[in-house]
Design a protein around this ligand. Sequence first.
Ligand code: GRF
Length: 221
Amino acid sequence: MSENQPFRIAVLISGGGTNLQAIIDAVAAGDIPGRIERVICNRPGAGGLTRAEHAGIDTEVLDHRAYADRERYDAVLAERLEAIRPDLVVLAGFMRILTDGFVTRFMGRLINIHPSLLPAYRGLHTHQRAIDAGETRHGCSVHYVIPELDAGPVIAQAAVPIHPGDTAERLQDRVQAMEHRLYPEVVRWIAEGRVVLRSGRVWLDDEPLAAPPCLEPEVAS
Ligand code: GRF
């Protein structure tokens, strides 16, 4: 990225897009030195599309049901993304497993937010699983995406307490409030060139990360 070329961001969504909204707001506030070039969604009518349209961002629906298989869908998705020439592809609730070919093509400029303190609780239903296991602490992680699901190098995390009697819904709300703080912050670090993936590791300010920084809530909610 050169001095006078804005950092180009593409966001992939499937749903309501609250994380997308947090990133839109951070860009609008000047906190992220970049521009969201396009939001691509695999589900027609998803709420996140309206959020993007309200912000004047280009949107594109690529309905996975129109494609015979995952390989063909991901090939078209990759082509559409390459047309935008993104410096960063942000998965924000994009509820599809990506093929190895796609991930390899975008590796180093592809990030995801996952609702757990990775490496704990990869996969789905993370909030209920954390409650069922009797955990007292849970959270979210932003990581670079690698072919293995939810296993890429973690850039940063945010933690929340689990209270006695918590439901998965309440815990999810608490985690999401932290997601909305964490994700724009990490996008900002990357847009500023402070964070990169190099030799399979996350580097922050030219040092390999020993452990990802973890944002803790100021007041337990
Ligand atoms: C987030 O909670 C994130 O952890 C998970 O998908 C959810 C997307 O929510 N990857 P939203 O569409 O950003 O509201």
